[in-house]
Design a binder for this molecule. Structure first.
Ligand code: ZN
Length: 746
């Protein structure tokens, strides 16, 4: 996900300049000892200094500026003469420009995520405005736009056509086709929108910072995990309670997610839960950090912007560059609602009964009524009492090196991929950290590298997990450049006694990021702007990653290939496996309905919003219709919904649900029952190796190989033979019975 966000932010900066590209010209230039300017199969990132970054970027931005000027002059001359511009005069030249400054910038961004330092931060502050400014000049070039418009696309390959269409659409959405007067208005709207989203986001941060609650009584922190209690005491100390200790308090509770989450889940004290819940629901809805007016204005301006670009509303503008169509999307919402709503009602009833049960009364005050601040707490208690497994114990069956081998076995089994460790000689100049591993992956004509940075290093590495497309495949006169993907995670450091042991969630994360990496390195596209993960529509880019998660969770062969105790090598006990599987669908109706609610609100607000309408009332109206537990009157969740008001997800939040649907549908192709001539019952396809191999080949030839070079709906139909349906997602979440007998029941 982190990776997706990086691409989105890069896209917002316009001109797609932050993507990974190198250029033919690069190889011809003298590297002059600057590792960022060297052309090697694996970028030599071991010894890059802040000065290297500065000088590389200055050189390359200047070179890109010159190249743009030359290209514009050539195109302008051709347009003036009335001669047709060819793809070769335009496409590859444009890629050269992107790569000139995009390649060192991407290496630098990568280093900032894995080996940050005050020096690098300083360089970023200095350089980012220049990179953004050049990106704007590039995307708003009138000459380039006119040349793209007059290009005869009928003679192009499908991939080249996608490059041109992507360029045109991106430029149109930045207002380049408007007349001078309109362009002025458009630019003012854009500028105001950018300012508003910054202010929105600052208000959320400031409002969150302003609220806190000091707990003086031990009973107020009862039930909280030790790490939360410790950090709350440390926060109290920092706030002036110099004697604060974890054991005796006082404890400062804040709305930081690392505190808010644990309080709602674990705090036995109901009034503490209530305080923090109410504050969080009403975040950024009071002066001086009130976002209410900003939400209205943002929606108004987006609507105006869409109109100027010729769209009926902002939703139509968003969908113009997505895989989903409006009709498919609204049908999906209705289908999911029909199933998730009754399931959530059942969950709700169950939770109410549980919260009043004698067992719960013994530990907690009896409840008259289950309130919003009680739900997470009792849901967690119910889950514990039902499945009873210790997450920490489970880790012992998932040592990181074995899980990684499991992924390689799966890639071999499904896609016939050969995996070889990169020789030490080659790796040592590339790795930025001694624990970084390198692998060379090959499948027929597709081949590339995956660098893995597995362990957490809080002082210099970002949190979370991501895949960074460090180098993208590209064919030039100099030959084929092979792609490089970085998989970065924050797993626990290994010790002399034990390897890094992963939680079940971390196992899924590794499969997820490898799904992105496989799409990046097994591509067969030769233009870097559409090879690997580049140029794939947002709502389709999480499909290949989520698809891989299913193998870790639902395919026994895969899971049991690595789930062995790190010490005794004993396989994961069967009953533990069963409980883990069952717990996967705990309250799945409720969580799906929650996702559906947020998705619906985002879509409604961006579909024909009219000045003067009250967004909060629209959101509450949808809640009344959809949710089992409508929000509090003082709740204003839109005021802190940064995804759509300060991030890139406006009229695009549905992408999360959409890619869940498509990836589940893709996995179900493997799982669907196969009728065998010798066995009367239908068996899950997962037990038929021949079937898996054939389908795996088709998946790799389509989803993994095509990248952004073909429309994603077409790519998917090539693989599946039809469009995706939500049935598989609902079945895998236990919300719809599987009609296939044995296939879906494990
Ligand atoms: Zn992802």
């Amino acid at each position: 996900m982190k990776w997706l966000l990086a691409v989105l932010l890069a896209g917002q900066a316009q001109g797609k300049g932050i993507r990974v590209r190198t250029s033919r010209t690069l190889a011809l230039e003298k590297a002059q000892g600057n590792p960022l300017l060297e052309e090697a199969a694996l970028p030599p990132l071991t010894a890059v200094s802040a000065q290297d970054v500065r000088s590389a970027m200055e050189t390359k931005l200047a070179a890109a500026g010159t190249a743009l000027k030359t290209l514009e002059d050539t195109l302008a001359a051709a347009l003036k003469k009335g001669t047709n511009v060819t793809y070769d005069q335009l496409g590859p030249k444009l890629e050269d420009i992107y790569e000139l400054y995009g390649r060192p910038w991407s290496m630098f961004s990568h280093l900032r995520s894995v080996r940050d330092s005050p020096e690098l931060r300083g360089v970023e502050k200095e350089l980012r405005p220049k990179v953004v400014a050049f990106g704007q000049v590039l995307s708003q070039s009138q000459t380039l736009y006119r040349a793209l418009v007059q290009l005869n696309t009928s003679t192009l390959t499908e991939a080249q056509r996608r490059v041109v269409e992507g360029e045109l659409l991106g430029r149109q959405h930045s207002g380049v086709s408007l007349n001078e007067t309109m362009a002025k208005v458009f630019n003012n709207v854009s500028k105001e929108l950018t300012e508003l989203s910054t202010e929105f986001s600052n208000n959320v941060v400031d409002a969150r910072k302003r609220w806190n609650y000091t707990a003086f009584l031990k009973e107020e922190v009862a039930g909280l995990p030790a790490r939360t209690v410790q950090s709350a005491a440390a926060a109290a100390k920092a706030a002036g309670f110099t004697n604060a200790t974890a054991a005796d308090g006082p404890w400062l509770l804040t709305l930081d997610p690392t505190v808010l989450g644990p309080v709602l889940l674990y705090a036995q004290n109901r009034s503490v839960r209530e305080k923090i819940y109410r504050a969080s629901a009403a975040l950024a809805s009071q002066e001086p950090f009130d976002n209410t007016a900003k939400v209205n204005r943002i929606l108004e301006l987006r609507q105006k912007m869409a109109g100027m670009l010729g769209y009926s509303d902002y939703l139509a503008l968003s969908l113009a560059s997505k895989m989903a169509t409006k009709s498919a999307l609204f049908k999906l919402l209705a289908d999911v609602k029909a199933v998730a709503r009754p399931a959530a009602e059942k969950d709700d009833l169950e939770l109410k009964v549980f919260a009043r049960s004698p067992e719960q009364r013994g530990q907690n005050p009896p409840l008259e009524e289950l309130k919003q601040w009680d739900r997470a707490f009792y849901a967690r208690n119910l889950e514990q009492s039902r499945y009873q497994f210790d997450g920490e114990k489970l880790r012992e069956y998932f040592p990181y090196p074995a899980v990684l081998q499991g992924i390689f076995h799966l890639a071999q089994r499904l896609f016939n991929v050969t995996v070889k460790p990169v020789p030490e000689e080659q790796l040592k100049a590339a790795r930025w950290e001694p624990s970084v591993e390198g692998y060379e992956l090959t499948r027929g004509a597709a081949s590339g590298f995956v660098l893995v940075d597995p362990y957490s290093r809080p002082s210099e590495k970002k949190g979370g997990a991501w895949m960074q497309p460090l180098v993208s495949r590209r064919l030039t006169a100099a030959g084929m450049r092979r792609p490089v993907a970085v998989v970065a995670t924050n797993f626990p450091q290994p010790s002399s006694e034990r390897p890094s042991l992963l939680s079940l969630r971390e196992v899924s994360t590794l499969f997820h990021e490898f799904g992105h990496a496989l799409q990046q390195v097994l591509t067969l596209q030769n233009e870097s702007s559409i090879s690997g993960v580049n140029g794939i529509e947002w709502d389709a880019v999480e499909v290949a990653s989520q698809f891989m998660e299913y193998w870790a969770q639902l395919d026994r062969t895969t899971l049991f290939s690595f789930a062995k105790h790190f010490n005794t090598s004993e396989p994961l006990p069967e009953d533990l496996y069963k409980r883990v599987l069952e717990s996967k669908n705990f309250r799945s109706g409720s969580s799906l309905l929650g996702q559906l609610y947020v998705t619906t609100v985002d879509l409604q607000l961006h579909q024909g919003y009219k000045i003067g309408e009250d967004p909060d009332a629209i959101a509450k109206g949808i809640a009344k219709d959809l949710l089992v537990d409508p929000p509090l009157p003082e709740s204003h969740f839109l005021n802190s919904f940064s995804h759509i008001f300060a991030g890139g997800y406006a009229a695009g939040y549905y992408s999360y649900l959409w890619s869940r649907v498509v990836s589940a549908d893709a996995f179900s192709a493997f799982d669907e029952p196969q009728v065998s001539w010798w066995w009367p019952l239908k068996m899950s396809g997962l037990s038929d190796e021949q079937h898996i191999k054939e389908l795996g080949k088709r998946y790799a030839d389509t989803v993994l190989a095509m990248g952004g070079g073909r429309n994603p709906s077409q790519v998917y139909t090539d693989f599946r033979g039809r469009s995706p349906t939500p049935d598989a997602l609902l079945q895998y979440n236990g919300l719809k019975p599987a009609l296939f007998g044995l296939a879906f029941s494990r």
